[in-house]
Design a protein around this ligand. Structure first.
Ligand code: MSP
Length: 657
């Protein structure tokens, strides 16, 4: 029998040199749903990826002296590494620079153009580069981007437009007829009243002012503007528009696109309209989750409040981090991230409730029965209630999971965990152990506890990739049939004479006072490690992007240490057409400096050059190499670089003033 399919997606992420815990939140949630659906017997397809085109990337890459492709290749490998660390079980990681995606997007654009749903006109309006979004004058808030509050740029250029307005009525009808299409319900109301009912403008879908994008085949000075390129990933990843569209036939329409609340608009208005224009069925649901906030505000590098998931994973393991994210915050709403809440959850829910339950049970079976229960069991007056809580937990857990109410599902599961701990207190195994005639009762009680732990371990699986297996190992479960999902509805599947294996604590208790200090230091250290390129920092600090020269004081200038140095070795950087890796002698010291000058100097020409360098520039990583400092060049109006050097051949290590 063919299994029912379930296709789910995360947004594709903008390449950023360090994704923070807020980004991980969405992916962890999607992964949990994917795991859950697989356990429930679905044929799951789980897609994630990276959204790599656009002016912002082009500018950052340029400021770093690398090509956009070199820049994104480097960053994307970091994103994939993070997903590996978090055990994200995706089936495909699509990059919008993948050949199959690029080819399919070109075809989609042409198809819409041929149909008359894309037409050429002139765009005049405002553009927010970080958000890759155009705005009309009246959409701006205090003259700034309504989404991120940053400065916008006035643009006027020839553009292709998508006839979004044509689909307005059909969209409203679809949203009204399908209450589950946009979830949670509050976002559905917001889309209707803030965007659809006031009326839709046609959408600009090409640009001519930058190059880093998929070119329009039949008008190559245009590149396809990023949302058409980005949103279509959900179908191109299945082979739509290619020679082999079998996956598309099998998995489309998507069951759910899981996205952050700020991009619900693109997913529930622009994307469905594009699909309507392409005569493709609409996804079944767009789920807009809330943000992980710090002190009420979104995490961002410029605020210096980002939390690196790797720091948390290193300290507490992935299962604890994943648990915290999905337990602490209701999926549709914003939730505050605090170090204290994280440690408290680990201590109370994981160490105390779950960890303790497993370790005391295994410990008692070990202590009272040498690690193996006898076959003779007697019931206690508390059994019926424990069993009925187990059964009702399964029902509520599944109900919540089906609606993506992850926090409620975990809360239901913890009701069973706590009930089981209470059962131990009620049956008092340590008293039963004192009398030989109570041994069957003791065996029966410990069996019930172990059975409850079996059921818990199965329901934990979508959330925790590692712990359930460790628990099942402690219960010595070798028969995989008794850990299949549907077995949670049947009580008593563990062998009566189960053996246990003692092991270390699942989640060691944390000394909260001491840990808070250490954790904060670790998070800060990771923040300082994040070296943001000059351009990016400018954007994030909301600085004006014009070429206007700003005055600085002598004190500002004094902060920049300029010194002379001598290039004593130079080589090209693997995978980069722009960069040279230079070894520069500065006085008695030697340092590595990467420069984007490969187009203008060969490594051989570099050796022996006396140069001026910025000595106190924070180190930054490019193409896997760390650059310490910057070699100064003069750039002509075409961007051609010439080293600032000196015919008198100055000594290395001199101050430049
Ligand atoms: N590239 C677009 C999506 C295109 S989908 C066709 C994009 N990328 S993003 O990298 O900026 O964001 C990716 C996802 O991370 C979004 O869903 C966004 O909401 C989510 N988050 C980013 N910061 C977040 C928090 N602080 N908290 C929760 N989610 C956050 O948008």
């Amino acid at each position: 029998m063919n299994k029912e399919t379930f296709y789910l997606t995360t947004p594709i992420y903008y390449p950023s040199d360090k994704l923070h815990i807020g980004h991980s939140y969405c992916t962890v949630a999607a992964d949990t749903l994917a795991r859950y659906k697989r356990l429930r017997g679905y044929d799951v397809r789980f897609l994630t990826g990276s959204d790599e085109h656009g002016q912002k990337i082009e500018r950052i890459a340029d400021s770093m002296g690398v090509t956009p492709k070199e820049y994104v290749d480097n960053i994307v490998s970091g994103i994939k590494e993070l997903w590996k660390t978090l055990d994200i079980s995706y089936d495909r990681f699509i990059r919008t620079t993948d050949d199959d995606h690029v080819a399919a997007v070109k075809k989609i654009f042409k198809k819409l153009y041929d149909k008359g749903d894309i037409y050429k006109s002139e765009y005049e309006g405002w553009y927010c580069t970080p958000c890759e979004t155009f705005f009309t004058e009246h959409q701006l808030v205090d003259g700034k981007c309504p989404d991120c509050g940053r400065t916008v740029e006035k643009v006027k250029e020839e553009s292709y437009f998508f006839r979004l307005s044509k689909y307005q009525d059909r969209l409203i009808k679809h949203i009204e007829d399908n209450p589950d299409f946009i979830q949670p319900a509050s976002r559905r109301t917001e889309m209707l009243s803030n965007f659809l009912i006031p009326g839709l403008d046609d959408l600009c879908v090409s640009r001519t002012s930058f190059k880093w994008g998929i070119p329009v085949d039949f008008d190559t000075k245009h590149v396809i503007y990023v949302w058409l390129d980005a949103l279509t990933n959900y179908i191109t990843a299945l082979g739509y528009g290619s020679n082999d569209d079998s996956l598309f036939k099998k998995y489309w329409p998507a069951n759910v696109h899981i996205v952050g609340k700020e991009i619900v608009r693109f997913h529930s208005i622009i994307w469905p309209a594009m699909l309507m224009a392409l005569d493709i069925e609409l996804p079944k649901q767009i789920f807009g989750h809330g943000w992980l906030v710090i002190d009420g505000g979104k995490m961002s590098k410029s605020k210096g409040n980002v939390v690196d998931p790797k720091v948390l994973i290193d300290r507490y393991g992935i299962d604890a981090v994943r648990y915290f994210l999905l337990r602490e915050i209701s999926f549709g709403q914003d939730g505050n991230f605090t170090n204290e809440a994280l440690i408290q959850r680990i201590n109370s829910d994981l160490a105390n409730d779950l960890g303790n339950l497993v370790s005391r049970t295994v410990g008692m079976i070990d202590r009272y029965f040498g690690g193996k229960l006898p076959l003779e069991h007697m019931s206690t007056e508390f059994d019926a209630d424990l069993k009925s809580v187990a059964i009702s937990t399964v029902e509520s857990f599944e109900g919540f999971m089906d609606k993506m109410f992850f926090s409620d599902a975990l809360s239901a599961l913890w009701t069973l965990i706590r009930r089981t701990n209470k059962y131990i207190d009620e049956t008092q195994p340590w008293i039963l152990a004192k009398n030989d005639e109570d041994k069957p009762k003791l065996a029966g009680a410990l069996y019930n506890v172990a059975e409850s732990i079996r059921v818990v371990s199965i329901m934990l699986q979508p959330f925790m990739p590692k712990t359930p297996e460790i628990i099942q190992k402690q219960l010595n479960i070798s028969d995989s049939k008794i850990i299949e999902w549907d077995t949670i509805r049947t009580w008593g599947l563990l062998p009566k004479d189960i053996k246990v294996e003692k092991n270390t604590a699942l989640f060691p208790r944390i000394d909260i006072k001491k840990e808070l200090v250490e954790l904060e230091n670790a998070i800060k250290a990771a923040q300082n490690e994040t070296i943001v390129s000059k351009e990016k920092q400018k954007e994030e600090n909301n600085e004006d992007d014009s070429d206007e020269i700003k005055e600085i004081t002598i004190d500002d200038f004094a902060k920049v240490h300029l010194v002379t140095g001598e290039v004593i070795a130079s080589e090209s950087v693997k995978g980069s057409k722009k960069l040279l890796k230079n070894t520069v002698k500065v006085g008695d010291n030697v340092r590595t400096i990467l420069s984007g000058i490969a187009k203008y100097y060969t490594p051989e020409e570099m050796v022996g050059k006396k140069v001026v360098i910025v000595e106190n520039l924070a180190p930054r990583k490019m193409m896997g190499e760390t650059s310490c400092g910057m070699i100064l060049c003069a750039a002509d109006k075409n961007g051609k670089l010439s080293l600032i050097t000196d015919d008198k051949q100055f000594e290395s290590g001199c101050d430049v003033r």
